[in-house]
Write a protein that binds this ligand. Structure first.
Ligand SMILES: Cc1cc2nc3c(=O)[nH]c(=O)nc-3n(C[C@H](O)[C@H](O)[C@H](O)COP(=O)(O)O)c2cc1C
Length: 227
């Protein structure tokens, strides 16, 4: 019997500001998923227990120019067909992945321009693949999550897990710290092992780990079923 396919999942942090917190939030999401996967019994045969590799994609270091392809991505069926080397490289990276977790801040009630730009470069590399949306902001970034749902689910025909996970900053003070790119003391296993366990004992959003795991399990279910 052949062994089950190993899945590759891209976790995309959608901010390109120099002082961003997006990679911290993506690391928190990934750690919650990994802790859950490690808690599964060794006998577990679910897809979630399988070997899964993660590719952390940071929009802030992709260095993609503003969209500059001459053609319509929807009419391009192989990464080699794009005009520019930066697009071919980006397309090959996305084409190699089976599913995605989009971790994005909300900017002015919408999707950050850098993330939208990176999304718009491609089409078939996204199409039909499962996606989880995680947003954050003063009120959880729900407006950005709605827009991402429209773009990914409608425009690109991705299979988007419902509901999105929207993580709220608890105060204006925390929004300020996030904007300055400071350590938000999010839950992590390293922090859990420390005496104080982070600012509030467990770390910001530790109570949302269950929602992340639920979204993850829904994503894995979609991975098991082809469109
Ligand atoms: C251009 C811009 C627009 C923003 N708009 C919103 C917004 O609509 N809602 C919100 O809750 N926070 C908003 N913020 C505050 C962000 O939640 C906060 O700066 C956060 O740290 C951004 O994520 P990042 O550090 O990963 O870029 C905005 C921040 C910036 C820089």
């Amino acid at each position: 019997m052949s062994s089950p396919k190993t899945f590759s999942v891209g976790i995309i942090s959608g901010s390109q500001r120099a002082m961003r917190v997006a990679p911290q939030v993506a690391a928190f999401v990934l750690e919650a998923i990994e802790a859950h996967r490690e808690s599964l019994p060794p006998s577990a045969t679910t897809a979630s227990a399988r070997a899964i590799t993660f590719d952390h994609i940071d929009v802030g270091t992709l260095n993609l120019p503003l969209f500059d392809e001459p053609g319509l991505p929807a009419e391009i069926h192989s990464p080699a067909e794009y005009a520019h080397a930066h697009t071919r490289e980006w397309a090959a990276r996305v084409a190699a992945l089976d599913a995605f977790i989009f971790v994005s801040p909300q900017y002015n009630w919408g999707i950050p321009a850098g993330l939208k730009n990176a999304i718009d470069y491609l089409y078939h590399e996204w199409r039909g693949k499962p996606a989880v949306i995680v947003t954050y902001g003063g009120h959880g970034g729900g407006k950005c999550a709605e827009q991402l749902r429209t773009v990914l689910g409608g425009g690109l025909r991705m299979r988007v897990v419902e509901p999105a996970v929207c993580l709220s900053f608890p105060s204006r003070e925390v929004v300020g710290r996030a904007t300055r790119g400071e350590d938000l003391e999010l839950w992590s296993r390293r922090r859990q092992g420390q005496a104080d366990g982070g600012a509030n004992g467990l770390g910001l959003w530790s109570d949302r780990r269950g929602d992340i795991v639920e979204a993850w399990e829904a994503l894995v279910k979609l991975l098991e079923t082809k469109e």
